[in-house]
Every structure is written in C-alpha cells, then in structure tokens.
Write a protein that binds this ligand. Structure first.
Ligand SMILES: C[S@@+](CC[C@H](N)C(=O)[O-])C[C@H]1O[C@@H](n2cnc3c(N)ncnc32)[C@H](O)[C@@H]1O
Length: 228
C-alpha cells in the first residue's frame, strides 16, 4: 500500500530536485525522443550517452518481465514504465515528486496504447513514500539528487523481491566540477560516488549480491544491480 504524499511534504524533503525537474520536464523528455536540434542532439550523444546505455543495461539485466511487478523510483517522464509494459510487466508503480513529469508519463502511456489501469503513479519522493515490495525496482538518474543515500538504500532493501537496478554518477576530474557548477546555478545539489562508496552503502543496507558496472567511454555512471 502506498501512502500518498502531499506536494507540500514532498517539497519539504526534496525541494530543489522536485522544483528543478518540474520545470525541466518537457526538455528532459525530448532527450529520449531525439526531438532536439542538431547541436543538442550532438551534446546528448556526446555527454548523455549514459542515459541510453543504462536504459539498455537495465532491461538486459531484467530479462523477461512477463507477469512481474515493477517499481520505478524517480520515473521522470516514464520511458522505463512503457518499456516494462512492452516486455510484459503485470503492474508498474511510478514515483516522482515532479507533477509535470507524471503528466508526461500519462501522455506516454496513452501514446503507446497502454491505459492507466495497471499503472499507479504517486507524486512524492522515496523513501518518504512508503511502498509495498515489488519484483523489480528501477532507480535511474536519481541517486545524483539524494542527499542521504544510506537512508534511501536501507529503505529500498525490504522493497526488493528479486532485483533492483540503480545508476550512480561517478566522480570525474573535469566533468564533476562542471556539473556541480551547472546545478548550483539551478539551485539543485548533486552528489557523486566512487565504487568503494557504492559497495559500502549497499552492503550496509543489507544487500547480499552487489554488482557494479562502470559504463565505459564517455560514461559517467555506475550501473548497479542489487539482489536481496
Ligand atoms: C534525471 S531524472 C531521471 C528520470 C528517469 N528515471 C529516467 O532515467 O529517464 C531524475 C528524476 O528523479 C526524480 N527524483 C529526484 N529525487 C527523487 C527521490 N528522492 N524520489 C523519487 N524521485 C526523485 C526527479 O523529480 C526526476 O524526475
């Protein structure tokens, strides 16, 4: 059972990420659909290739989804939600504090011929929104904005029945300060990780099987698979 979280309480816990992504929702969504101008498509291919690689790695890790329940924490505009349904998921739950992102999820579901009857969307943050266990959990592009990753991961553990896949942004000598600066201007703090820190956080949260893969090349992200 999921407790609905009011917009006010969401804003109290994650004010900056929620506000930033609410305003950025439409633009963010165009990255997936390659609707941007030539220059921005070059920027996306060069600096945001991780978004596409982690998407492919996630569904490769899940394999068959027929009949499974999926929870997408920080679902954004819903590309993973729709893909999970295409792969046979029985139910999908999405959580995101940005109402404009959730509006785009509903639009994406309808555009792809999926109704909302097997999809529950909740406006809120994790772990402030309590959720029942799901077979597979997606946490993509979210740990970047989580100020207390240990509390987040510890709350995640009892929710995972089979497999959770997460991305964590890595530290890079010039891209990290540049990204910090850009997000400081947006008043949205970002957080970075190395492999040792990810392993310690996940082990402390109680996960028994921790697989960490650094996305190569221009990659900035770690793609992490966790089993209970
Ligand atoms: C970079 S977007 C990624 C969206 C989607 N997962 C994807 O990969 O396309 C990050 C999303 O996480 C949401 N978010 C940030 N902190 C969150 C939290 N603690 N709980 C749930 N969602 C969160 C933001 O509102 C935003 O929509």
């Amino acid at each position: 059972m999921i407790d609905r979280v009011t917009k006010e309480s969401t804003m109290r816990h994650e004010p900056n990420a929620a506000t930033f992504f609410n305003g950025f929702a439409e633009t963010f969504d165009t990255i997936y659909d390659q609707k941007r101008n030539l220059f921005m498509r070059w920027v996306d291919c060069t600096f945001r290739s991780d978004m596409f690689i982690r998407y492919a790695l996630t569904f490769e890790a899940f394999g068959q989804l027929r009949g499974r329940t999926i929870l997408d924490i920080g679902c954004g505009s819903g590309p993973y939600i729709v893909e999970a349904f295409k792969r046979g998921a029985s139910r999908v739950t999405g959580i995101d504090p940005a109402p404009n992102m959730l509006a785009l999820v509903r639009q994406r579901l309808h555009q792809n011929g999926f109704g909302e009857n097997r999809c529950e969307l909740f406006e809120g943050t994790f772990p402030d929104t309590s959720v029942k266990p799901h077979d597979c959990i997606i946490v993509m592009g979210v740990m970047d904005y989580v100020a207390d990753p240990q509390t987040f991961l510890t709350a995640l553990k009892p929710v995972v029945k089979q497999l959770a896949v997460l991305s964590f942004p890595s530290l890079h000598w010039y891209r990290t300060p540049f990204r910090k600066f850009r997000y400081r201007l947006r008043r949205c703090p970002v957080y970075f990780y190395d492999e040792a820190l990810i392993r310690t956080l996940c082990a402390n949260a109680g996960f028994g099987d921790i697989r960490i893969h650094k996305i190569p090349g221009a990659g900035m992200d770690y793609h992490v698979c966790l089993k209970p």
